[in-house]
Design a protein around this ligand. Structure first.
Ligand code: SF4
Length: 360
């Protein structure tokens, strides 16, 4: 059965299709006003620090075990193209301090109210090095006067008690969080995208990290091959059983030059195994998930936004006329509008009695 037949009846949503300044202002105002329908990162940081805190992406020069052969593979995850995921100022040819300075300048042009920043070790696997090297690079970021903490992005198979002890030590003076790419709640999907770890590995990493009192985030891709709408939605029950502080969602983006692009172009069965979520269906799926999600989990991201030059299979319903995808800040108001239409909100259908999310 083709996945398109497995989609539920399309919800009546009017996506943003234009980008005039007045429309942006309207939706941003609506977003701010109605932000009580789900927990946002900006609200979370405001509550913790009393001010807007901006994350700055850092490429600290680490590798990835799924590319350097540690997992037995040098191919990487089939969807991965790291240069598409990070902002332009995030370059390993610059020092950590230079990236922080460029990142601050970049964000000041967009969000003038930020006066404090979090160094987000984003590129590749940021616990995949010796303890001495990790400590040295984390401390380089923390030495900057405007950096108040670190968010360490990594893989679930790149963590152990030594690394968690290091993060725990740093957390005595700074905000320190760890963020795992989990991507899917299904082992067959993780194998199909060549993740090089299974779901149990991800569960153990999240649970172990939480015992150190460190806020734990997780990243998921919605619409991976072989997963139906209901498969994705049912993954929420697993998410609720993990001691997570925050979560990120991305729609599946097939990028130029990746193994997944090759599969897409050469394998009809592969193409048929993808949901091909349009923007209205994606918003409906997000809201269905968030309704089931524990009300305490902070939803840090709703969608990805790789630049046009990287998009191999662009979905026109996600795009502005200039080829750029709707930004995360533009997806938020659509989710809010759908929650208003449903008279619903995060956690409205949360029922698990075994859920363990925490918020630190
Ligand atoms: S997505 Fe992350 S784990 Fe996978 S190949 Fe890319 S850097 Fe490595």
């Amino acid at each position: 059965m083709r996945n398109s037949q497995r989609l539920p009846a399309q919800k009546q949503i009017n996506p943003i299709q234009t980008k005039t300044a007045s429309q942006h202002l309207f939706w941003l105002a609506a977003f701010a006003y109605y932000s009580m329908h789900y927990r946002t990162l900006s609200e979370h940081f405001h509550r913790l620090f009393g001010a807007r805190v901006q994350k700055l992406s850092i490429d600290a020069g680490f590798s990835c075990p799924n590319r350097d052969g540690t997992t037995g593979s040098t191919e990487g995850c089939t969807f991965c193209r790291n240069d598409a995921f990070v902002p332009s100022y995030c370059r390993r040819t610059s020092s950590i301090n230079e990236q922080i300075e460029e990142g601050i300048a970049f964000h000041r042009r967009r969000y003038r109210s930020s006066t404090r920043y979090m160094a987000y070790f984003q590129a590749y696997s940021n616990t995949h090095a010796s303890i001495d090297i990790l400590r040295q690079r984390y401390l380089q970021a923390l030495q900057h006067p405007l950096i108040i903490g670190l968010v360490i992005g990594t893989r679930p198979d790149c963590i152990d008690t030594d690394r968690l002890n290091l993060l725990h030590d740093l957390s005595k003076k700074h905000y320190i969080a760890v963020e795992y790419g989990i991507e899917s709640c299904y082992d067959h999907t993780l194998a199909a995208i060549n993740r090089g770890h299974n779901l149990d590995c991800a569960i153990q990493a999240v649970e172990l990290s939480a015992t150190y009192g460190i806020p734990v985030g997780a990243h998921f891709i919605l619409g991976l091959p072989g997963e139906s709408y209901n498969d994705i939605l049912n993954g929420t029950d697993l998410i609720n059983r993990l001691p997570l502080t925050s979560i990120k969602f991305h729609q599946l983006q097939i990028l130029r030059g990746t193994p997944m692009e090759h599969q897409y172009n050469t394998d009809q069965n592969f193409r048929n195994s993808i949901l091909h979520l349009s923007l209205p269906n994606y918003i409906a799926l997000l809201c269905d998930i968030i309704e089931r999600l524990h009300p305490n989990i902070v939803i840090e991201r709703l969608a990805g936004e790789v630049p046009p030059q990287y998009q191999a299979v662009p979905d026109r319903s996600f795009r502005h006329n200039n080829g750029y995808l709707l930004r995360n800040e533009e997806i938020g108001p659509l989710v809010e509008a759908e929650f208003i239409r449903r008279s619903s909100k995060q956690g409205a259908k949360f029922i698990s009695s075994t859920a363990k999310p925490i918020s630190l």
